[in-house]
Design a protein around this ligand. Structure first.
Ligand SMILES: *Cc1c(COP(=O)(O)O)cnc(C)c1O
Length: 387
């Protein structure tokens, strides 16, 4: 039997040979439309800071001022003595934003998803997930011990065929906006099917919160759905909200159930109170500065229009995620390197993050970009002969 060293070594070698080896960039600046890497300013088209709030002065100031009052470490888990006033106020603001009775903070989206799914589901239950769901949803479903089914991407008819047979609790889980494709789930149709089949619907709106819906309340609100239609709403704070962490919003029964039973909630240290204060400022900015969302959507339209003129193979997306399908992993990396030499940072996304043969440039737009910066991106994409 191979030891750990051989196994790790073989896996690394295989990734190198298949052009799937990943390397981290080290940034010497805040997130923004431009970032500093290796002494160069690069135009940034790969961050999830969709509204440009990660380094917004008011968000930074809230963080600083709460750190003065509350220090840095939260000191304990929420159920011991780590739950402070900023955490409480943020939960209340997130409940109001999403139009739900309550919200509960988690230290990351990954923890929120695996925690929620393993709490809700028991062996014998059935969970149905879109093929392209985020890894944390898939892991949570698998670890729960429930019978786990994946349905074809955004295919409500395929889900309906699978849901029909059998009884016992059923949970359908989708991303609101898919993280690597940028397209949106057919939430109204999914909710109607779930109502008919008496299944619960859970939506992970990591990429919809802040970007979709009135006041940035997200994809569920944009689809006109409420807590009865979508009992479990999860979203993260590390993307459009520019900070870190995540939350689940729902009714009293769900939230109290999670507080009492979810191991990822109970047995982990609460995030710093100052982080909650910063996220609270970001929630206020969502509501006060709707121009950010409007500007972002104008940039998305501008980019799609320009890309169509260039004949680029854009995927179908109305979100801030505008992937350019390349196919081959090596080719995607080459395009990404080419763009970087020209001063643009665009991520190449390869398997296992996306299915084999669908490597892509994952272009993300932000309200912090200017029209000129988007035009520059189009110009460089035109020159690099991406398909
Ligand atoms: C980023 C992301 C997560 C994980 O959230 P983190 O807070 O980064 O752990 C979960 N689901 C989706 C769809 C995501 O894109």
């Amino acid at each position: 039997m191979a030891g750990f060293e051989q196994r790790l070594g073989a896996a690394l070698q295989q990734r190198r040979e298949q052009d799937l080896f990943r390397e981290r960039l080290t940034l010497d600046s805040a997130q923004g439309p431009t970032v500093r890497v290796d002494g160069r300013e690069l135009l940034n088209f790969c961050s999830n800071d969709y509204l440009g709030l990660a380094s917004h002065p008011r968000v930074v100031e809230s963080f600083r001022s709460a750190a003065n009052t509350y220090g840095v470490g939260s000191g304990a888990s929420h159920l011991v003595c780590g739950h402070s006033r900023p955490h409480q106020e943020l939960e209340e603001a997130l409940a109001r934003l999403t139009g739900r009775p309550r919200a509960l903070l988690f230290s990351s989206g990954f923890a929120a998803n695996t925690g929620t799914l393993t709490t809700l589901l028991e062996p014998g239950d059935r969970v149905f997930q879109d093929r392209l769901n985020h890894a944390s949803l898939l892991d949570g479903g698998l670890h729960s011990g429930a019978r786990f089914r994946r349905f074809a991407h955004n295919d409500v008819a395929d889900l309906a065929r699978r849901l029909g047979a059998g009884d016992g609790p059923k949970l359908v889980v989708v991303d609101g906006v898919f993280s690597m494709d940028g397209d949106t789930a057919p939430l109204a149709e999914l909710a109607a099917l779930c109502r008919q089949e008496k299944a619960w619907l859970m939506v992970d709106d990591a990429h919809g919160i802040g970007v979709m819906g009135e006041q940035g309340a997200g994809s569920v609100q944009a689809a006109g759905l409420d807590t009865v239609d979508v009992p479990v709403l999860m979203a993260t704070l590390g993307k459009a909200l520019g900070t870190a962490g995540a939350f689940v919003a729902g009714d009293e029964l769900l939230i109290e159930g999670l507080i009492q039973q979810t191991r990822n909630y109970i047995y982990t240290t609460a995030t710093p109170p100052a982080l909650a204060a910063a996220a609270l400022a970001a929630v206020e900015l969502l509501q006060e500065e709707s121009w950010r969302r409007e500007h972002l959507h104008r940039l998305i339209a501008r980019f799609r229009h320009g890309a169509a003129d260039l004949g680029l193979d854009l995927m179908s997306s109305t979100s801030a995620i505008q992937p350019l399908l390349i196919g081959d992993a090596r080719q995607a990396v080459l395009f990404s390197q080419q763009l970087r030499e020209r001063g643009l940072l665009v991520g190449a996304i390869r398997p296992p993050t996306v299915p084999a043969g669908t490597s892509r440039l994952r272009i993300t737009l932000s309200a912090a970009h200017s029209e000129q910066q988007v035009d520059r991106l189009l110009e460089e994409l035109g020159k690099c002969r991406c398909p």
